[in-house]
Design a protein around this ligand. Structure first.
Ligand SMILES: Cc1ncc(C[n+]2csc(CCOP(=O)(O)OP(=O)(O)O)c2C)c(N)n1
Ligand code: SF4
Length: 330
């Protein structure tokens, strides 16, 4: 008589080797959106990649000399030249006949502002690189200075609210449209609060031969002024209010947008963050700024057609927001 051995599938799964491109034990703040986003990206790419990483929080907290949290070959580029460094790496690999994919990582300061020229050149010349911008909406590593990604009316150390203004005067730069205007095959936005959407977009980008771009919205508890355990809720509200639309653009044209099932008022998102606290006073100009921000969200909902839901549950309240076992995350 043979003995039937029944091994629980969960036990088998635990024994499977799992690729971790970014190890734990690095020095990011508790609840750092960049740390989580970088881990999700690198898990989706797998090990056959080279990374060029601009100066910024991600570079600093993962590589305090002589340690490194990276399990893939990784180069620290300057703040301003990540696109050029990645382009050089890709050209060298091509000359050697290798298919290893090159990734370029930068914060919003390094992407929207200081490294923009090198990024634009890399896109225009058609290098086979996936550029990922970890967008935490300010220069966090040097003490929360405003960048061209900082949203309108947000408080930073260089856009303080006062008599003359209510935080940042200018609008957040629409980087994904600017990038898409280079006629590249694929540009998309993602949020750290929708992990399977990130994985899907990374895999889609990697399957393309040519320059691709992903902008990931990453809460920074220190710079935005919320608790570390609220990062996912805050990031999700940015999507659910329409302030951070999740879209894909192919050759400059809109290819998809994640629908919002229940649209929330922008105040739900803003009031969780100290950087917008000056908007919650009795002042008339605070109310006016709240109306401006609501108008920005309404505009996004209109132009990208965000109102609705998705049959396969890939919408704002879909499968990414449900824990194993069926309960919804807060
Ligand atoms: C040319 C240059 N200017 C300024 C700096 C100083 N600096 C280092 S990190 C940083 C901020 C990085 O901001 P961002 O790219 O948004 O990344 P984050 O730290 O927010 O992740 C600055 C200004 C530098 N290293 N090089
Ligand atoms: S300052 Fe912000 S981006 Fe930098 S490590 Fe801390 S939470 Fe992350």
């Amino acid at each position: 008589m043979t003995t039937k051995i029944i091994t629980a599938i969960s036990e088998l799964r635990k024994k499977q080797p799992r690729f971790r491109g970014l190890e734990s034990g690095h020095r990011a703040c508790l609840g750092c959106g960049e740390a989580l986003a970088a881990r999700l990206v690198i898990e989706a790419t797998g090990p056959d990649v080279l990374v060029a990483n601009a100066t910024g929080c991600l570079e600093i907290f993962t590589t305090p000399w002589p340690e490194s949290a990276w399990r893939v070959p990784w180069i620290h580029s300057l703040f301003e030249n990540t696109g050029a460094v990645a382009a050089g790496m890709e050209s060298a690999l091509k000359a050697q006949g290798k298919s290893t994919k090159v990734l370029a990582f930068g914060g919003d300061g390094g992407t929207f502002d200081i490294g923009f020229q090198a990024l634009s050149g890399m896109l225009e010349r058609g290098h086979n690189v996936l550029y990922v911008c970890f967008d935490n909406e300010a220069y966090m590593n040097t003490g929360i200075q405003r960048s061209s990604s900082t949203p309108h009316a947000a408080m930073t150390t260089t856009s303080p609210p006062g008599k003359e203004r209510m935080g940042k005067r200018h609008l957040k730069k629409d980087i994904v449209s600017i990038v898409a205007a280079h006629h590249i095959p694929y540009a998309a936005t993602a949020s750290v609060s929708y992990p399977s959407d990130i994985r899907k977009k990374v895999r889609r980008a990697l399957a393309i031969d040519g320059p691709t771009f992903l902008q990931i919205h990453c809460p920074c508890p220190l710079g935005w002024g919320h608790e570390g355990d609220e990062s996912i809720t805050v990031a999700r509200l940015a999507v659910q209010t329409g302030l951070f639309p999740l879209i894909e653009l192919e050759r400059g044209g809109l290819a998809s947008a994640m629908p919002i099932r229940h649209i929330r008022p922008v105040t739900e998102y803003l009031q969780m963050q100290q950087r917008f606290r000056h908007l919650f006073t009795d002042e008339a100009r605070a109310k006016e700024e709240l109306e401006h921000i609501q108008a920005i969200a309404d505009h996004n909902i209109e132009i990208y057609g965000l109102r609705g839901e998705c049959k396969d549950a890939f919408d704002s309240e879909g499968m990414d927001t449900v824990r194993r076992g069926g309960m919804r995350w807060a």
